[in-house]
Design a protein around this ligand. Structure first.
Ligand SMILES: [Zn+2]
Ligand SMILES: [Zn+2]
Length: 352
């Protein structure tokens, strides 16, 4: 072999080694939420939601546990061993509280047939053995039978039990599953249930009030039976402001008259649903409110609106400006980001 070829081969070898080393950098998957990222699609939507609820509950009590499934480690420039990637990803995401370092990352690589429970550096070494038991006894027996969904749910519950000392409330039992059922129903149909309930409540209230309004009554002067006058006749007994209230449908008046001594009782029924307000000047419920948005509220700034009041009965008018509260950001209550925790490689692995 000539020297030139030797140099060429050597440089290729160094170069190849160099290239290989640089492509070794892991690719980190983006997370959708901090609880479950089922990138290998091993879970049905229902099971995924259930596991999220368990982990949300655990997070509410202070510990972040995150589940990630991937199809293969190689897609992330990782493997064949799962440990370096699990540790690096744990630290990249920052699982768990930054001060306590109590995060847990459950990583399952399906086609590599490997999994790892990576622990934050706050867990003393004896925890490695504890989570090894969870892997061997709760996850792997299912995985060996290709029952990934059941194995993951069972394993996550056992992980929670091992780490926190108890199972999440929403674990099992008739009451828990009933609660879950209604929670799901509420999530899907909440608005309609509320709307229909309000409608039914409104109809019942109206009915009850009608019965109450029409109840027979006797005269407090002569104790004889009274009759309710019809709308035309009762107008003669109420004043202009009251007639306007009836016209605006903010208040309804009933006039009862004794058939014996002709004495009059007037009853006032304020409407459940009216936009009119009581006038501070003439006391009739005849003030209309007109709202003008001066500056709409955003998620960063509160807005401003102008309210114009005008009484239809008297000359009362008023104007005021009010702030509109800042819009709240999409309400994913807590659990939207990792706490910045780190791992120094603690935990346990298994394969099947
Ligand atoms: Zn009477
Ligand atoms: Zn008025």
């Amino acid at each position: 072999m000539t020297r030139a070829i030797q140099v060429l081969l050597l440089s290729l070898l160094i170069n190849a080694h160099f290239v290989n080393a640089s492509t070794k950098a892991f690719i980190y998957p983006e997370y959708d939420n901090i609880f479950v990222n089922d990138l290998a699609n091993l879970l049905s939507t229902e099971t995924e939601e259930r596991i999220k609820e368990y982990l949300q509950e655990v997070e509410a009590s202070g510990t972040q546990i995150s589940l990630l499934t991937v199809s293969s480690l190689s897609a992330y420039n990782a493997g064949p061993s799962i440990e370096p990637f699990a540790t690096a990803l744990f630290n990249h995401w920052g699982v768990g509280d930054a001060a306590r370092n109590d995060g847990v990352l459950i990583l399952i690589a399906r086609s590599d047939r490997k999994m790892r429970i990576e622990l934050g550096s706050g867990y003393p070494a004896f925890w490695n053995k504890e989570v090894k038991h969870v892997i061997d006894d709760a996850f792997i027996p299912y995985f060996k039978q290709d029952k990934y969904e059941a194995g993951i749910e069972h394993g996550v519950l056992e992980t929670i039990h091992t780490i926190t000392g108890k199972y999440p409330d929403s674990e099992s039992g008739i009451i828990a599953s009933a609660i879950r059922f209604f929670k799901n129903l509420w999530n899907q149909l909440g608005f309609w249930i509320l709307a229909i309930a309000l409608l039914i409540a409104g109809v019942i209230m109206k009915l009850l009030r009608h019965v109450w309004r029409m109840r027979p009554r006797s005269c407090h002067v002569c104790q004889q039976k009274m009759i309710r006058l019809d709308e035309q006749t009762d107008d003669e007994h109420i004043d202009g402001g009251q007639r306007l209230e009836e016209y605006l449908q903010s208040v309804d008046y009933d006039v009862w008259q004794c058939q014996n001594c002709q004495s009059i009782d007037i009853y006032r029924y304020v409407s459940f649903f009216t936009d009119y307000q009581t006038c501070p000047q003439c006391r009739y419920k005849t003030v209309s409110v007109d709202t003008t948005i001066l500056e709409p509220a955003t998620t960063s700034y509160s807005g401003l609106k102008q309210l114009d009041y005008e009484c239809r009965q008297c000359d009362f008018t008023d104007t005021e400006t009010r702030t509109i509260p800042r819009k709240s950001k999409s309400s994913s209550s807590g659990g939207s980001s990792f706490g910045g925790g780190s791992s120094s490689g603690g935990g346990a692995s298994g394969s099947w």
